[in-house]
Write a protein that binds this ligand. Sequence first.
Ligand code: HEC
Length: 343
Amino acid sequence: MNRARADRALSTPRSRALGMHLVLVLVTCLLATRALVAHDGALAPTPSATPWGEDYFPNTLLTDQDGRQVRFFDDLIKGKVVVINFIFTSCSDSCPLETARLRQVQTLLGDRVGQDIFFYSISIDPLSDTPPVLKAYAQRFKVGPGWRFLTGEFEAVTDLRKKLGLFIEGVDNGRNKDHNLSLIVGNQGTGRWMKASPFENPWILADQLANTLQNWKQASAEQNYANAPEIRPPSNGEELFRTRCASCHSLGPQDGQGIGMRSIGPDLIGVTRQRDPKWLNRWIREPDRLLAEKDPIATQLFERFERIPMPNLRLDENAAQSIIEFLEEETERQQPLQAAQVP
Ligand code: HEC
């Protein structure tokens, strides 16, 4: 994953056009609402408030991980608040990152997923990603109910990506199966769509889905700042850890507690004491290479963690080192060596 690409994706001409449309729709809605209030003194729902209705979106035939056939517009997005991303199960870098992040968002949203918020991951590699393959992928990542993994005709899926503004000419149809990493969240009924990055804070994404996109129907729970933790500026290593690693790794038993966060990779408290520093630095930079070289530790970890590859996050040596320093500090904070050495 590289941030430059995600940022570029956010400003494709298509998404900018979408933005312009949104402004127009908003203005039109406001005017229409005023008129209604003036004449009837009451609000009436405007069913066709969005230009992104059935005329815009194709009703693509897709099959989910349980072999059920569904239509993209009618069954998946019509009148719904949705998260949509495009993946392929043999992708080892960006897709696990996105899947891990979305899984955190799903955990935060609880059983609203499948009720008023719907998750869809659509394969861009339909030849390999048959429904059973998608089902195994969903199980490996332990995703909960309400999140469908879908496959369909290659051409039709490409068309869908274009319509959603998640296809970059030259990148997405380039030689390697690299693809646009953005995901999109939206409310088809109101026509409000937003792109999101896989590095986004899961709480923010969850809040957009639970509140903002629901047109603020559900007021968020009252904030209680009495127990708020002290705010201190994070170090570079901590910042990197929170944005690149925390979707898959916890730090100690308290991390993610209370929201039932299960981790995809191992807990990392103590890892700096357990592993050789050189190995650790290299692993953080290029786990894929170590695995390809059949490094014994890498191979053993890979087998133990459901064969989910840790992504190569394109970090340089300094970045890896500052993460290691943060992990050392955090380990020392949670398990001071002094205390551990008491006989
Ligand atoms: C998409 C999920 C994911 C992300 C993101 C991720 N990892 Fe991992 N990590 C894993 C998995 C899974 C393993 C277990 C090995 C395997 O299956 O490849 C692992 C293993 C590790 C290990 C080895 C632990 C040991 O016992 O030696 C370390 C260290 C590690 N990750 C650090 C990081 C750091 C640092 C980052 C951020 C820069 C990061 N990981 C980002 C999934 C992830």
